[in-house]
Design a protein around this ligand. Structure first.
Ligand code: C2E
Ligand code: CA
Ligand code: CA
Ligand code: CA
Length: 276
């Protein structure tokens, strides 16, 4: 059994090494991904339930690497936040979203606002405002076509967050509070910051018709938003029953596989944009 113990130990040890190696390969490849043009934005429609019209779309980053294949953003974004590469990635996303808007406008499409996810680290640096100004200016995009999505978890109660949010507001850029209900201080953020829209986290929507507590929480969030004069977008809507629930509670906007998975730009424009 001494043998067994040892081989077990070796097995565990190898796994540790493999994991370390995988992480290193991920990091090395990620550092080169920008210059190699391996990132791409996909777009997912945000739909008005009252008239089925697309009110906006969310830009979601995709990374395809020759060696690693497709790497999910919930794997590489947290890593990029730890290594600091997130600043360059978020910058690339902002410029790419504005470039895409300009391309659509020039092609004669009626543009809808694009919501861009910004990480917490990026958010508390003054650079975010400069980057946004530069991107809007470079592609001649009006500020009401850009929306910033920031998760509750990424915001903080500090002067910096408040300054940045107020600067965005001053420019007429809308702010979505993402993953609402999963962070620590949801309600105090609503009190302190100029939020326009709450995105109800997918974890509440998923079982909204099966779990009574999820149904009650979702209903309460919708009422809270209505009382405060905020918009609500339900995230991760996958079936007609969830739509029925949301409509019954007078929620207006929804996003999810029920309508569409995130799509590359050509498919998005083909399916959802209308000629001017
Ligand atoms: P998120 O901002 O909460 O984005 C929503 C996620 O839910 C996306 O995953 C989307 O593809 C997925 N989703 C949408 N509808 C449904 C549905 O009906 N069912 C299910 N099961 N999932 C649905 P994705 O694209 O894998 O992104 C994961 C997270 O990575 C995002 O969560 C966001 O936090 C982060 N992320 C994605 N793109 C960017 C980016 O460009 N910059 C930054 N900083 N973060 C990003
Ligand atoms: Ca988001
Ligand atoms: Ca979300
Ligand atoms: Ca999320």
């Amino acid at each position: 059994s001494k043998e067994q113990g040892k081989s077990h130990y070796n097995f565990y040890d190898n796994r540790q090494d493999d994991a370390k190696e995988a992480q290193l390969s991920l990091k090395t490849n990620m550092n080169r991904a920008l210059e190699r043009g391996e990132f791409q934005l996909y777009y997912q429609p945000q739909v008005n339930l009252l008239n089925q019209k697309v009110m906006g779309m969310e830009a979601l980053i995709r990374w395809h690497n020759k060696e690693l294949g497709n790497v999910r953003p919930d794997i590489f974004i947290p890593l990029a936040e730890r290594t600091g590469l997130i600043f360059k990635i978020d910058e690339w996303v902002l410029f790419e979203a504005c470039r895409q808007l300009r391309e659509w406008i020039d092609a004669g499409y009626q543009p809808v606002p694009i919501a861009v996810n910004v990480s917490g680290k990026q958010f508390r640096s003054q650079r975010i405002i400069e980057t946004i100004d530069d991107a809007l200016h470079k592609y001649r995009i009006s500020s009401d076509l850009l929306v910033i999505e920031i998760t509750e978890g990424a915001l903080m109660h500090d002067e910096k967050s408040e300054q940045v949010l107020n600067e965005l507001k001053r420019r007429g850029i809308s702010i979505h509070l993402d993953d609402f209900g999963t962070g620590y201080s949801s309600l105090s953020y609503l009190k302190r910051y100029p939020i326009d829209t709450i995105k109800i986290d997918r974890s509440f929507i998923q079982e909204v018709n099966a779990d009574e507590r999820d149904a009650k929480i979702t209903t309460a969030i919708i009422h809270l938003a209505q009382t405060l004069g905020l918009e609500v977008i339900a995230e991760g809507v996958e079936d007609a029953e969830q739509i029925r629930f949301l409509k019954q509670k007078n929620a207006v906007y929804a996003q999810g596989y029920y309508f569409e998975k995130p799509l590359p730009a050509p498919e998005m424009e083909h399916l959802y944009l209308v000629d001017e």
